[in-house]
Design a protein around this ligand. Sequence first.
Ligand SMILES: [Zn+2]
Length: 138
Amino acid sequence: MYCLTHTVVGGMTAGRLSNPVAAFLGGAISHAILDAVPHHDYKETVWGIFDLLLALGILFLARWQPELFPPAFIWGGLGGALPDLEWVLRHLSGKEISPIFPSHNRLTPHNPLAWPAGFWVQVVVMIAASGLWYFYIR
Ligand SMILES: [Zn+2]
C-alpha cells in the first residue's frame, strides 16, 4: 500500500495507545494487515516522492493541530510507514536486498489489485480508519 495509507491507518488505529512504543509497534502490525488487503502499488520514483511528501504532510499536520488526531498518531503513523523503508533502500541502492518485513518477504499475504480499484481501496480504508476514530473511539 501507499506510504500515506500506512501512515494514516497506523496513526488512526494505533495512535490511541498511550505508550509511544506500543503505538509504534501497533502501526507496524497494521502495516502487515493492510498489505494483505488487495491494493495498488506504484513502481515509479516520482510517485514515491509524491507519496512520501503526502505522508510527511499528514505527520506535520498532526504535530501542528494535535487536537484533530489520536494522541499517539505520529508514533502509530511512523510505525505504519517505516516497514516500507526497506523498499526505498532497495530502490535507491539498486541492489536485490532481501526484504525482512513479513508482508514483504511473503511470510504473510501481500495482495496486488490493479489501478484504479487498488487506489480506491486505499482511499476507502483511510476514510474508514479515520471515521472509526472520529465517530466511535474519540
Ligand atoms: Zn509494505
